[in-house]
Ligand binder design. Structure first.
Ligand code: ACO
Length: 266
């Protein structure tokens, strides 16, 4: 049905990996669609995400990532911890036997599913309700903005399971909340609820569960109200700000502005 809807709107759908995907003009929506398993993620999920990123139509300016059902995502599929693993994908037991290079390659492919969500050409929004655990938390962290329902429960469960978070989540977490708070959150694997998420900068906005879709729609309207090329250039500037000195950043502002002025008035 998602496919039919997407085709009607001139978009297209990507149904495997437990995902639904539709494009409606400047807005793309990716829905984790395995509510009965709390949107648990597998390598197929991350490959599908990466393919969506690779094939994102140029006109798209906003990408929404959301989850069906009571939870945004319960993280990696727990079958990975069993000897049988996930059919067609193996298990942590089989992954542990891979040569380093093969493991790095496999993880690198999985990470591609997350990294593209930071591209300057788009703004990505995670709409998060209920649990966002492990890979689910990291998927929310991969997005530029997080709008959350008041029942949200973020949890970086990996250290409790003997693992590290490796789906690109550690850098955005530290950048958002600072090193001490990131250590507190990850090394206790505790749950961060809505009030705290808002207070420490993990969430931009908290709304009642029933208002989540509307809050996301409102944010999209705000984002689409500014000039597209200026938005892309500004996001590029903001993303580079931390790694540049004040002088370098000022120069970068000038270079971007010169391009804008030429485009607008040249
Ligand atoms: N992988 C596979 N199946 C899962 C997962 C998961 N991560 N999480 C939930 N499910 C399944 C359950 O087994 C259950 O299936 P069943 O109906 O066939 O028995 C179904 O989803 C519903 O789960 P419940 O636990 O009944 O749902 P509830 O809403 O009460 O709880 C919660 C949700 C808190 C998310 C709970 O399911 C949970 O703790 N899941 C595991 C979370 C976890 O440890 N994830 C790994 C993090 S580490 C990482 O991502 C790298």
């Amino acid at each position: 049905m998602a496919e039919a809807q997407a085709q009607q709107r001139g978009g297209f759908a990507e149904a495997d990996g437990g995902l639904r995907y539709e494009v409606d003009g400047e807005i793309a929506t990716i829905t984790l669609d395995r509510a009965e398993k709390r949107n648990a993620q597998t390598f197929a999920t991350w490959s599908a995400l990466a393919r969506i990123g690779e094939n994102m139509p140029e006109q798209v300016r906003v990408v929404v990532v959301k989850g069906e059902g009571p939870s945004f995502s319960a993280g990696i599929d727990l079958r990975m911890f069993t000897p049988e693993g996930v059919p067609g994908e193996g298990s942590f037991g089989s992954t542990a036997k891979l040569p380093n290079e093969t493991f790095e390659q496999r993880l690198g492919q999985a990470q591609q599913g997350f990294l593209w969500l930071r591209r300057p050409e788009i703004v990505s929004i995670a709409a998060v309700q209920g649990h966002a655990i492990g890979a689910g938390f990291q998927l929310a962290l991969a997005c530029d903005l997080r709008i959350v329902a008041d029942d949200v429960k973020f949890c970086m469960k990996e250290p409790a399971l003997g693992l590290v978070p490796d789906l690109t989540g550690t850098k955005p977490l530290v950048e958002l909340v600072g090193l001490a708070k990131a250590i507190d959150i990850c090394l206790t694997a505790r749950i961060v609820e809505a009030d705290e998420a808002l207070r420490i900068g993990l969430a931009e906005k908290v709304v009642a569960g029933g208002d989540l879709a509307k809050a996301v729609e409102d944010k999209i309207a705000e984002l689409l109200s500014v000039n597209r090329d200026a938005a892309v250039a500004t996001k590029r500037l903001l993303q580079g700000a931390r790694s540049r000195s004040l002088e370098e950043q000022s120069r970068a502002e000038g270079l971007e502005q010169a391009k804008r002025l030429r485009a607008l008035f040249g």
